[in-house]
Design a binder for this molecule. Structure first.
Ligand code: AMP
Ligand code: ZN
Ligand code: FE
Ligand code: FE
Length: 298
């Protein structure tokens, strides 16, 4: 079962999008624009899940209050397990207490150092791109490869920003530099320590399930089953994995406001409100405890 998006139609009122980015990382929408867009397509709730930043959350909540759109505070962190990348969503982290924010600040400093290193590598490869421009595009938010790609695209050496990924900064590219790496267990521990719920983002992108099982062993709360990168096989496979391990299911568009391969739009993947309610119930302590001895779907 994939929940495809239909813009503007009626029954979306009970639908939610639990994975989006704003200008506080590599999305193009401001928090207010994201909420306005959510309102216009009739979403009941939208989660703001920027990379390594919860800086846009308060503004989105304020806009959501005015527009009567529920805003779920979130973040997306990057992990690695035996060389495999895994993204971890954290929902309802207590971001106002400050302690979590300090760690995100460290991750963003490391991101900036990494992006500068990618700029240096590109320069060595003969691609003249300015670090100043990359920083400007990031606008003070978490610097990511999409900002580097945009800056290179603007110099006119490639037909589009996606080509910068395929030629230079994709995982196997000559100018790729990894981010500061956390293990899935460290990310789960951090999210739980700060009152949040941890969900493996787009597990189908991990390449193999070992990293997903490491997250389950670490006590992850859920799996993002519905995502634009997931086909029906992924949906079936991770739904079954979640069932066997007593995990929650979530889904979302991973909308970057246009700045993503394939131009993913808000609400392209939506899920019924009951999946958000599942997160809220677990947060309130009223749900089953996940298995931490991973059970395979087979
Ligand atoms: P980073 O967190 O800095 O490694 O950047 C990851 C982001 O880059 C993802 O969230 C996507 O928005 C974007 N991205 C990753 N791979 C590609 C690709 N092949 N083409 C375009 N955008 C991509
Ligand atoms: Zn992104
Ligand atoms: Fe991701
Ligand atoms: Fe994302």
């Amino acid at each position: 079962m994939t929940f495809g998006g239909r813009r503007g139609a009626g029954p979306e009122a009970g639908l939610v999008d639990l994975h989006t980015h704003t200008s506080f990382s590599d999305g193009l929408f401001s928090p207010e624009e994201l909420v306005a867009e959510a309102k216009s397509i009739g979403l009941g709730a939208v989660a703001v899940t920027d990379h390594d930043s919860m800086g846009g959350v308060e503004r989105a909540i304020a806009a959501g209050r005015a527009a009567r759109v529920e805003v779920v505070p979130g973040v997306e962190m990057s992990c690695t397990h035996s060389g495999v990348d895994l993204h971890m969503l954290g929902y309802y982290i207590d971001h106002r207490a400050g302690a979590a924010g300090e760690f995100f600040e460290l991750l963003r400093v490391k991101r900036a150092e990494r992006a500068e290193l990618m700029v240096r590598k590109l320069t060595e490869l003969g691609v003249k791109v300015s670090w100043e421009r990359v920083r400007e595009l990031a606008g003070g938010g978490a610097v990511g490869r999409p900002h580097v790609a945009q800056a290179v695209f603007e110099t006119g050496v490639v037909p589009n920003a996606d080509t910068v990924f395929s030629r230079y900064i994709g995982y196997d590219g000559p100018a790729y530099v990894p981010k500061m790496q956390l293990s899935p267990a460290e990310a789960v521990e951090f999210i739980h320590k700060h009152g949040g719920l941890a969900v493996v983002a787009h597990p189908g992108n991990c390449g193999n399930d070992n990293a997903v099982y490491a997250a389950i062993e670490a006590g992850v709360d859920g799996l993002e089953v519905w995502h634009p990168d997931h086909g029906q096989k992924h949906v079936d496979h991770y739904t079954e994995m979640a069932r066997k391990n007593k995990l929650l299911l979530t889904g979302g568009s991973d909308c970057h406001g246009g700045r993503k391969q394939g131009r993913v739009y808000l609400g392209q993947v939506m899920v019924p409100y009951k999946y958000l309610q599942g997160l809220k119930n677990r947060r309130a302590g009223g749900a089953e405890t996940p298995n931490t001895r991973p059970q395979s779907p087979k």
